[in-house]
Design a protein around this ligand. Sequence first.
Ligand code: FES
Length: 163
Amino acid sequence: MRRTLIHDLDDLQHEHGYLRREDLEGLARRSRRPLYEIQGLVSFYPHFRTEPPKPYEVTLCRDMSCWLQDGTAQAESVEATLSGREDVGIRRVSCIGRCDCAPAASVNERACRMQDVVDLVEGREVPPLPAPDQPSRRIPTTLPQIATRCSARRWPARSRRRR
Ligand code: FES
């Protein structure tokens, strides 16, 4: 199998628990790729960290499927509940690949429903997620369903768009 920058970044993160700036610069020199390209990869993939991890690393998905399932409000609720805890790091990230359980999150890289994050951090049992290939009835799958969901939400004001 051909090694890619992703493999190198995985190895570096495994070595130190996160990606240090000097490691990224070293990788850029060795691979003869610009540093901004490597930083772009790091910021695109939600499992990469650029700061030392805390005992509980929580990621909250902010992408479309989760947003349609009220993910923004649930994420704010999780952040409010866990705010002030030194042992919990919370990040909002792009899709974590569990759109079927939207709104989705993860605790220490274990995928879960966003509503279960606080229970997991506090050590309580939560119901397991269905296998990824099981169909879910909660996600709109047809264009009319999606349009109905979207029209119920507020879109960014027109004044913010460039003319
Ligand atoms: S959009 Fe949230 S898990 Fe895919």
